[in-house]
Design a protein around this ligand. Structure first.
Ligand code: COI
Length: 356
């Protein structure tokens, strides 16, 4: 990447030494700087790196009313050598661009997204944790800023990138989590926005997830919106099963988010010659396979969650339990491989790592 010309206004009051890097939670502390780019008069303007802080906004901005916004979730990792790696920037940009297109947000140019992110992470590189199980979570977000209550695509937007040093996403750490189906609710419908990263998908999941948590489960396992039978995803991650000796995950049917960690797992499985299938899995089939002791492992995969073993799926009167209090061997293999690549300990496929 050529020398950046992005203007940087550095903070005079770094908060770095207020952070307890040994006790990081997920997404509650933010690094010193943020990237800001404004869109008006039909074009994106010059990016700027500014001190992280409040952003001025009127109560009438259309995002607040109609949710015309898109975000991404990415991570940067520190190598033993002290270099910093942003993981799969191109794949994330592709999804970001597709998400923007779906909700009529003008495409943020690829070089603005990539160069802006690299410069921001370079500026805040001391915020990238030194511990292998921690990372700097990167959150690009673009939203409409027209002041209007009329329902139409905005003419003005702002794109930000903010960063947050993070530990585990789930309070269980990498211990197995508990899922339940909620057949009365759906996450996404075909033709809707389930396959893009828009905030409304997450807002819609809050009520059923809160109910699931009151029932003692960590998250909802979403089923398809038509038959309420086919397993889709978990909302914060995609889902994988080890059935017999085959890794199985639901296909990207148009209502499932195409996760970058999901894609990484499938590419690694292919490269390693492991047996894997992208195929529909109904919850009844899963119960029946479990009764025949065919379901060996279940795990979720996502940027925030990395790889998270599932110890139990509750569905109506059934419980699918995986009797282990750690990751199974298949989940562990992918976890070690992916975190190894992220931390520069294992060779990465081309273009997976942007090293700063
Ligand atoms: C991510 O995994 O990056 C996400 O955006 C999911 C979010 C619920 C934290």
């Amino acid at each position: 990447m050529s020398q950046s010309t992005i203007e940087i206004k550095r903070t005079q009051h770094s908060r770095l030494n207020e952070i307890d890097f040994d006790n990081l939670t997920f997404g509650e502390q933010f690094s010193d700087h943020m990237l800001e780019v404004r869109f008006s008069d039909g074009r994106w303007h010059e990016p700027q790196i500014l001190p992280y802080g409040q952003i001025p906004m009127y109560p009438a901005v259309s995002t607040l009313h109609y949710g015309q916004a898109v975000f991404e979730g990415m991570k940067a990792f520190r190598y033993e050598s002290d270099k910093v790696n942003i993981f799969r920037i191109e794949k994330h940009y592709d999804r970001f661009r597709r998400s923007c297109e779906r909700v009529c947000i003008p495409e943020v140019p690829e070089e603005v997204f990539k160069e802006g992110m690299v410069e921001l992470v370079r500026t805040d590189r001391e915020w990238v944790p030194r511990n292998k199980y921690k990372s700097l979570y990167i959150r690009p977000i673009v939203f409409a800023t027209d002041q209007t209550l009329g329902l139409r695509a905005s003419r003005n937007y702002r794109f930000y990138i903010i960063c947050s040093p993070v530990g585990n996403y789930y309070s269980e750490g990498i211990k197995p989590i508990r899922l339940t189906t909620m057949p009365k609710y759906v996450r996404a419908v075909l033709g809707g926005v389930g396959d893009v990263k828009v905030p409304g998908n997450y807002a819609a999941s809050l009520q059923p997830t809160t109910k699931a948590q009151h029932m003692g489960y960590t998250q909802v396992l979403w089923l398809d919106a038509v038959e309420h039978r086919f397993v889709e995803e978990v909302g914060s991650m995609n889902i994988f099963f080890v059935i017999g000796d085959t890794l199985v995950t639901p296909p990207l049917n148009g209502s499932i988010l195409p996760g970058i960690t999901r894609n990484s797992i499938l590419e690694l499985a292919k490269a390693e010659g492991l047996k894997y299938e992208e195929r529909p899995v109904s919850i009844e089939q899963l119960v029946s396979l479990h009764n025949k002791a065919q379901v060996k492992e279940i795990f979720g995969a996502g940027t925030a969650a990395v790889i998270s073993p599932v110890g139990l799926i509750h569905h109506e009167e059934y419980e699918i339990t995986i009797a282990a209090d750690e990751m199974g061997p298949v989940a562990r293999w992918f976890y070690d491989k992916i975190t190894g690549i992220q931390h520069g300990e294992v060779a990465a496929p081309d273009s997976w790592c942007t090293v700063i």
